[in-house]
Design a protein around this ligand. Sequence first.
Ligand code: CYT
Length: 156
Amino acid sequence: MTHQKFLQQAIDLAVENVESGQGGPYGALIVKRGEIIARSGNRVTRRLDPTAHAEIMAIRLACRKLQDFQLTDCILYTSCEPCPMCLGAIYWSRLHKVYFACDRHDAAAAEFDDSFIYDELAVPPAERRIAMLRLDLPDALRPFAAWTQKGDKVRY
Ligand SMILES: Nc1ccnc(=O)[nH]1
């Protein structure tokens, strides 16, 4: 199947998601070597989970299916450009490529404004809309010291 056809399915999923009342107007699928291995619509309101974006749900389902914490060789098709949270998840999951249909500006026009979060990345943490305040505790580096010393760790 072509990239266009997979992406069309993500759009159809997003429309169905709205019509069935499952959540926001977003749909995503993950394809490995031409085979769809996961698909989901947005589930934020249904699951009472602000992280349940379509892309995150599809990544979770794909990882469970592959029994892996990485999605190397997988392609994500999403009805809309991923938000910064999903962008992070895309990098952490090592997806190979992403195709999207509409973009952050289209989302903003529909009152889903996540484009400002991109701008927040460049703002110093303490000056962000949600202040992120560093407290200088003596134990701050202990977790990394424990990790560095651990011999049998599973790296990711
Ligand atoms: N790109 C997205 C933005 C918001 N919600 C989603 O599920 N997906």
